[in-house]
Design a protein around this ligand. Sequence first.
Ligand code: NAD
Length: 498
Amino acid sequence: MDLKINLFVDGEEVPPSSGKYLERRDPGDESNVIGLVADGFEDVGGAVDAARRAFDRDAGGWVSDYRLRTRVLLKAAELLRQNLDSLARMESLFVGKTIRTSRMSDIPRAAELLEYYAGLADKVLGTSQILRTGDLVSIVKQPVGVVAAIVPWNFPLVILCRQVAPALAAGCTVVAKPSSLTPATALELAKILDKAGAPKGVFNVVTGGGETVGDKLLKNEKVDLVNFTGSTSVGKNIMQKASSHLKRVVLELGGKNPNIVFDDADLERAANAVVYGAYANNGESCAAGSRLLVHSKVRKQFVEMVVERVKRIRVGYQLDERSDMGPLVSRGQLETVLEYVGAAASEGLKILCGGERLAEGFYSRGNYMKPTVIDDTPPESRLFQEEIFGPVLTVTEFRDEDEAVELANATIYGLAAGVWSSDPGRAYRVASRVKAGAVWINTYYTLPVEMPWGGFKQSGIGRNNTVLAIEHYLESKGVYVDTQQGSMRPYYRLVLGE
Ligand code: NAD
């Protein structure tokens, strides 16, 4: 497969002005080039201008006609569903996530996001108040303007839709910058929105590197808001740069999420969910439940149950229907994860299973790694503190509720947490004390659009999903209507005299 991934600017797919393309190799077989990704550095300004023009001139009625926005988003969702198989294949090929994951989760979730916000486009309501004088004050909600959507590689289409569906529903225009590792479905979304009737300039895509294309987008003063999903370190950098023009920011950043298992939990169910939560999407997920915190009374039994399940995970090529886990997204990512596992060994931590690259036969061609469980990881360990972003689960024991909460909160992150207990009072208490933007009780990693998503602490600012998200893309404007008779007002006299 040799696929040119171009840019999408002002309603058209275009090659990069530089003529340059970056090679993308198959993460499951690095000997294959699967895509040539446009280096859009020279085209950032043009894409932002197109989005700016479309917004300022209300292109095709995009800003003023909310019914148009509803129709376009619904039609785009329908087209995503019609192309489910080819989009799922494309997503898996580039990311390394299994084809079953893309087909069952990523593409349908992307369509759901478009449908959900299509239903909100005509419900952006302001408020009005009649003052005691009879004058009217209204709070009018209006779209913010041009949105830059900078997206990571682990859920390229879902995250892109999570960022842009509420922005488009609100009447904004968008310039999207997908990760250069996984840009293919962003271009497909652009073509789909165009087919669905989005006016020219409403949705643009520029591909290329973060420090080049992403940086240029951030520095463009015609961008009003940046919605960034990615690592905490880049998120801090984005916030600093956005401050130069006081761009609004929404940041969805890293996570180091605890799954807290009490001794009264349904252990069978918890073991299934802990394994799912840690290794879904190859463990390359901000929501990964990568820290297992388990009560001392059930620790031995529970860890055995987990390890037994982890050993059954079939690692294989991402497009193979039998694979439960695919290759990591790049050689660099594989090396990062292996470096953490190496640090575990040098810290004297015990590796209960996995802990190495899969390198025999076909595996040697890709970035395959054995799913790994590391025992007895103390809170001081790097493996407890830092986001590894790969198939690595650490185990830490606690003795009571207070200690569980303390351990859960002992990192800089606060994205998500799972609580497992048959005592509703305990589950609610812990859910309330854990500093995380999302808490799952007796389940893990169920993330429909109805569940708000965003971080406490250094996991982010703002919320994606739900009705909360659309607020980020709206400005509130006050409109005052003076209903009094006559040409003079008492306060005019302060200047005009008695
Ligand atoms: P990353 O931060 O390296 O990159 C994210 C995006 O930002 C990419 O498009 C990249 O090209 C761009 N970028 C990088 N440096 C930039 C710069 N200096 N200026 C402008 N843009 C820049 O993240 P990644 O490796 O693609 O993804 C993994 C990270 O994303 C993890 O930390 C993960 O937790 C986080 N993530 C968070 C969520 C969430 O919902 N909270 C979801 C998915 C991923």
